[in-house]
Design a protein around this ligand. Structure first.
Ligand code: ZN
Length: 181
């Protein structure tokens, strides 16, 4: 199979695994919009054409949110892609605040491919919290989320200047739209 076939296979697999899941935003978009946005950011803002990174971007939440295993991804898409997805998976047995703290701590130690995907992931999520937040989130909670994203991205810097610039302008916009009271 060529690269495009592999990428479409990964996208179709992710769509099936995320079927029925919705994003947290008020509009309740299908969850698959998120990994597709992340892969699109990596490719078309980041200028990354490494097929394994793009496949991992599409698959990045399937272990964490869909109960897919590393072995399943290895078998279908190869060990490199599976390793990226594992790097991007939080340990859901830990309390949420600890998971969030560990993202900050682990960010500088990720592989370059995983760093690029994580940067695009934060762009996608902060974009959502800015323009289509969950119905019950206060301005304060949304600001805190953006600031946590900034702290994670601090550990990813130096990996892709285009995505970093995109992130910085998004954060500036987010904070201006979410004033402190
Ligand atoms: Zn994600």
């Amino acid at each position: 199979m060529n690269n495009l076939n592999n990428l479409l296979h990964a996208a179709s697999f992710a769509a099936q695994k995320h079927a029925g899941q919705k994003r947290k935003g008020e509009r309740g978009e299908p969850y698959i919009n998120h990994p597709l946005e992340v892969a699109n950011l990596v490719a078309n803002i980041g200028g990354v054409h490494d097929i394994e990174v793009l496949m991992a971007a599409v698959l990045h939440d399937t272990i964490e949110d869909c109960g897919v295993t590393r072995d399943e991804i290895s078998l279908l898409f190869g060990d490199t892609v599976a390793a990226y997805v594992v790097e991007l998976t939080d340990d859901k047995s830990l309390p949420k605040p600890e998971q969030k703290r560990l993202q900050i701590e682990h960010a500088p130690h990720l592989s370059p491919g995983a760093k690029v995907i994580k940067l695009a992931d934060k762009i996608s999520n902060i974009g959502e919290v800015t323009s289509n937040p969950p119905a019950d989130w206060s301005i304060e909670r949304r600001r805190e989320y953006v600031k946590w994203g900034v702290a994670v991205v601090a550990g990813l810097r130096g990996v892709n200047e285009h995505l970093e610039a995109h992130f910085d302008s998004l954060v500036a916009r987010a904070l201006s739209l979410l004033p402190e009271d």
